[in-house]
Design a protein around this ligand. Structure first.
Ligand SMILES: Nc1ncnc2c1ncn2[C@@H]1O[C@H](COP(=O)(O)OP(=O)(O)OP(=O)(O)O)[C@@H](O)[C@H]1O
Ligand SMILES: [Mg+2]
Length: 398
């Protein structure tokens, strides 16, 4: 093993016991020496001494700088500092620039215009606020605000949120990090999980039930432990505030009714690492009306009567769905789509039709029929209407 590797091994051991940047005493150094069975690390006690028998634990970058500093390079390469200064550009690459500098995007989510807090929102917010590491598994049908709840809790608390959209392809390289080609050089790029850990951010593992067993690399992360990245010989310790929130349409046991194709059965030991599971239903009508009115305000077309009709219609459909009478339902997200279509076309039935076209013919017909029963002012078109467009209309410049 090379000298630098031996030193890094020593540091990794130190990192696993103490915080980077903190001070340790001589007896701490002695205990690391005896645990590792090594001789006195003079390079460490000489270079990082801060006081009498006190030493500062350097970050990996500080260590790399020290390793690459003139004294040690001169010693190793037997060259004078003057020549070294001239040859500065030829100094071999250190661990410091093995890492790629990632453009850290703005990680505090934006406030969502029209967000209505309800249900588990308060609990999620309290958990994030506590800065206690406490992984949560949020499960519920599609489009009821699971993801939004987490991002808005972070937005309100001004906390960073690293969102990872998990797919069947997601693996250790995507999550923890891997080498990327940057300007013809290979650099290690820390993945979102490692970045969230270092920043003490909230890690949002969205749609976790789409994952394969490659996400088992998150096992130590879910236990609140650090992770050792072999490829760069670096230990990542979770900073205070780091926690994990996973969302899913299932409970990680697959989807019996086939509604959520692509969801997988998650490893039992993985699921066991989430202390709490929150079941998120669709909001009650009064809450959903506030959400719909918020969307209407946002898109600039408020119609309170339409809002009431829409949420009543959605509720009736959901009841039929739970009773097994229909196979589909209207989510809060779809209500938002309808409101947007209404703001654009100004026609209630057209907005509904466009947004329920995605369902099969029978379901679509029954949903539209149901709406006409809820809202006596609209007429369901019996045949698909083929509107003729006047020449004037079709020549609208764009
Ligand atoms: N509390 C809320 N306040 C305002 N709008 C909401 C709220 N909850 C849901 N919505 C609307 O529903 C949309 C869908 O929310 P979100 O993406 O969080 O659903 P989800 O449960 O994560 O869905 P999926 O399971 O498909 O990922 C939002 O973009 C928003 O328009
Ligand atoms: Mg979601």
């Amino acid at each position: 093993m090379k000298l630098t590797e031996k030193r890094q091994e020593f540091l990794n051991h130190v990192y696993s016991k103490f915080e980077v940047g903190s001070e340790i005493s001589k007896s701490d150094v002695d205990s690391v020496m005896s645990e590792m069975g090594i001789a006195h690390p003079y390079w460490f006690t000489d270079n990082f001494r801060t006081g009498r028998s006190l030493y500062k634990i350097p970050s990996l970058d500080e260590f790399a700088m020290e390793e690459g500093s003139s004294s040690s390079i001169c010693e190793t390469h037997k060259i004078s500092p003057a020549i070294l200064a001239e040859k500065a550009s030829e100094i071999p690459e250190t661990a410091a620039n093995l890492m790629m500098v990632t453009d850290v995007e703005k990680m505090i989510p934006d406030k969502f215009d029209g967000f209505v807090p309800w249900g588990h929102f308060k609990d999620i917010k309290n958990i994030i606020k506590s800065k206690i590491f406490y992984p949560i598994f949020v499960t519920g049908l599609s489009g009821n605000g699971k993801t939004l709840n987490v991002s808005q809790a972070c937005a309100e608390l001004n906390r960073e949120c690293v969102r990872v959209n998990v797919t069947i392809e997601t693996d250790e390289d995507d999550l923890i990090g891997g080498f990327r080609l940057v300007n013809g050089e290979t650099k290690f790029n820390l993945g979102p999980v490692a970045q969230a850990m270092e920043k003490g951010a909230v890690l949002l593992l969205d749609e976790i039930d789409l994952a394969s067993n490659k996400i088992m690399c998150l096992q130590p992360v879910l236990e609140g432990n650090g992770i050792y990245i072999k490829k760069i010989n670096r230990y990542i310790k979770p900073a205070k505030g780091f926690t994990v929130i996973a969302t899913a349409n299932t409970k990680g046991k697959g989807s019996d009714d086939g509604r959520f194709i692509g969801t997988n059965i998650l490893n039992e030991a993985f699921l066991e690492r989430f202390p709490v599971t929150m079941e998120q239903p669709y909001p009650a009508t009064a809450t959903e009306k506030k959400i719909v009115l918020g969307s209407m305000e946002k898109y600039g077309k408020v119609d309170e009567k339409f809002a009431t009709k829409l949420v009543t219609w959605a509720e009736v459909i959901r009841k039929s769905f739970y009773d097994g009478a229909v196979d589909e339902l209207i989510s809060t997200r779809r209500l938002d789509h309808i409101v947007k279509a209404f703001a654009i076309f100004g026609d209630r039935m057209k907005a509904i039709e466009l947004c329920v076209n995605r369902f099969d013919e029978d379901t679509k017909a029954s949903f539209m029929d149901l709406y006409s029963k809820v809202d006596e002012d609209v007429v369901v078109p019996s045949e698909p209407t083929e509107e003729t467009i006047s020449e004037e209309e079709s020549n609208i410049p764009f």
